[in-house]
Every structure is written in structure tokens, then in C-alpha cells.
Design a protein around this ligand. Sequence first.
Ligand SMILES: [Zn+2]
Length: 441
Amino acid sequence: MSAAQSTPDTVVAEDEVAGICQALIRIDTTNYGNNEGAGERKAAEYVAELIHEVGLEATVLESAQGRANVVTRIEGTDKSLPALIVHGHLDVVPAFKEEWSVDPFGAEIKDGMIWGRGAVDMKDMDAMILAVMRQMQRTGTRPRRDLVFAFFADEEAGGDYGARWMVEHHPELFEGATEAISEVGGFSATIDGKRAYLLQTAEKGIAWLKLTANGRAGHGSQINEANAVTRLAAAITRIGEHDWPISYTDTTRAFLEGVSGMTGIEFTEDNPQVLLNELGNVARFVGATLQNTANPTVLSAGYKHNVIPGSAEALLDVRTLPGQHEAVMETLRALAGPDVELSSLHLDRALEVPFAGGLVDSMVAALNREDPEAVVLPYMLSGGTDNKSLSRLGITGYGFAPLRLPAELDFTGMFHGVDERVPVDSLKFGTRVLRDLLTTY
Ligand SMILES: [Zn+2]
């Protein structure tokens, strides 16, 4: 971990961003969701070392053995301005070596790209944040407002050992902050031959639910009109086949209007598919943001071939549009029917923030200075980020990890996918945009 030591003062962020990204990928921080992985401690120590080396204090906080978070702050020149949080997560989802064409923790550079787990989600952005912070600190560049830099554990399992824990146990570290930027936004997608940068202004909510059907246990040879398995099967069929209506929010409407503007194809509310067809690979990424979804994912019932069990269970992965959680729950209860109970195992809120205001203007301007042809569109993420946890402190979060990408790269398909890779030139571009933003906003 000594790559950072004795770095000369003349080094700028673009010079070291790729090396930091590689070093982070080589530290395996796999999150299996059950606290059994290696944890983020080693990566957190490396991050703290990079922070210390340029003369800043780093606070390293363990939420559990090996689960470490790092926070530091650069003081701004104008104390009247609220602070901005720039955050990333250090954990990654598992990678199975045999599925990859390279070592997922090797971080080799091939075809001008860094390959490895986390190259897209999100050690790329972690490296950009660190490189920019280090250059600012080395050159004595003070931001206007306080910048809080946070590197969280456990994002990939909901943040119980990461952002959620930090917000509950150490809210003082985020004091004075009203806004945040982080992952899954700011990257380019090519639409009708033009580059659109998708700035994330909304996230769907998460409801992981359990369905429990109760019935009358009995012998498998008898007539049983209260069979829990049959009841459960009927309920999950109704839920799984339910046709959730298309429902627009400010974000998805503005996104499709933007695509319409780029392509010259009219946006008709009852047939968004015409516009989605113009998006190529990105269509899969944003398609689920036009409606609620409820997918049955796990089934369990019974223990012997000739015994009718008294109960049967299924798990549902439900993703809700902003403001629609209660309505979705009501629909699900009706679909489940009177003999099937619905309970919540994990809930997290949907977010939607305006595509307007000083921070949005600054992000758009920073992109336009590096890519004058850029069109910037708001979009909604069908998954979630640590911005959900920060929103508990009233902090408005955006997805802005800027990358100018080659048209042919299926970037959005690589989140949690195999052969994750990020072009080195894209990282350097993103570093310039992020430095521009952080030194001017
Ligand atoms: Zn991520």
C-alpha cells in the first residue's frame, strides 16, 4: 500500500487516479451480505493513508469487526455556505473467477481499461474522489464550502455497517451538510449519436417482504380445502403476474422529454417504449423506473411428500416509485388475499430531488466545460445508494460520478456484472470534472 508514499507535489489528480483505482480493486472487499467477507478494513486503512499523506486527519470508524468507514473534511473559505458530502462505498459484490475473462481482483490494464470487481461500482469514483482531494490539499486549494469526504462500508447489503450506521452513530461528522454526491449517475450514454450524461435525481424505494400463507395441516391423501401451499401459490401468481401501470414522476417525465428532444421522436405518455427503444443498453437500466415492481424470489414450504404443511412462505422483492409505498402495499395486500399475510423484512425509502438549483447547475456546468456537446438529463435509479441513509439527516443526494464513455461500452450492464471495466481516459475525464465542481461550487 505504499504507492502513495513520497508523491511529489507536482503530481495532479489525473496522474494518480488510475493507480489508486487499481490499488483499491486489488484489496478484496467482497460483501456477501452476511458479515462473512473480508470486510473493508484494509481498504479503509489504505484510504486513510492516502488522506494522511497530504496532511488531513482521517477518522476511521468500525461498525463491527473489520467493517470500517473513513471520513475526512476540507474546510471551506465561506462558513456561511452549507457543506457538501462527497461519498463512495468501499465494498463490492462477489465475483466468481471462473465467470470472468481476467482475475477480478487483478486490476490489470488491458485495451486502455482497468478490469476488475469495483471498476464500475464504485472504486472508480472512490479513486477520483481521493485523487481530487489529494491534489486540492497538496496545492492548498480551498473549496468555498466545507467538503466532507466519506468512504462507507456495506453499501451492497443496505448499509447497516456503513452509511446507515454512520448516520445513526456519528451524525456529527456530517454536520452542516445539506447536499451529497455519489455513485450511479454522471456517466455518458450515447443516444442517437449524441452524448447524454445521466444525472441521478431519484431512486426507487425498497420493500423486501415476506408472504405467509396459513392453512390446515394434514395427511397428503385427504381432501384439504385449506392447503397453505395452494394458497401461497395462488397469491404469488396474482402478484407476479400483476400488471403495474406506467406512472411518471418529475424525473422520469423530464428524462423522456430529454430523450425526445435528442431524437426528435415524440414522447407519448401511453407508449414510452418508442423512446426506450432509442436507448440501446440503457433501456434495461431505466425501464423499471416507469412503474412499481414486485417480484417473487424465494419459496419455501413442506417437509415430507405426504404431509400438507400448516404454512408456506415466499419472499418478494418490491421496488416502489417515490411517494407510492403505501399504495403499493395496499395493492399487494389485496392481491395476496385474506389467507396470506404480508410482513416487512427490510424497507428503505424512495428519493426524488429537483433537477434544479445551485448544485445541479454547477454539475451541468462542470460537465459542459469538459464536454461542450454534453446533454445532461435527470434520471431515476431502479436500485438504491447510500444517499437513502444520508437523506435521514435531511441531506439531498445526487448520483454524480462523471465519466465520458465510448459509445460501444455497455457500462450500465456492468454494475454487478462480469468483466467490469472502466476506461482510463474516462477516469481522467471524470477527475477533471469532479475537480472543477469541487473547486468552484
Ligand atoms: Zn455501488
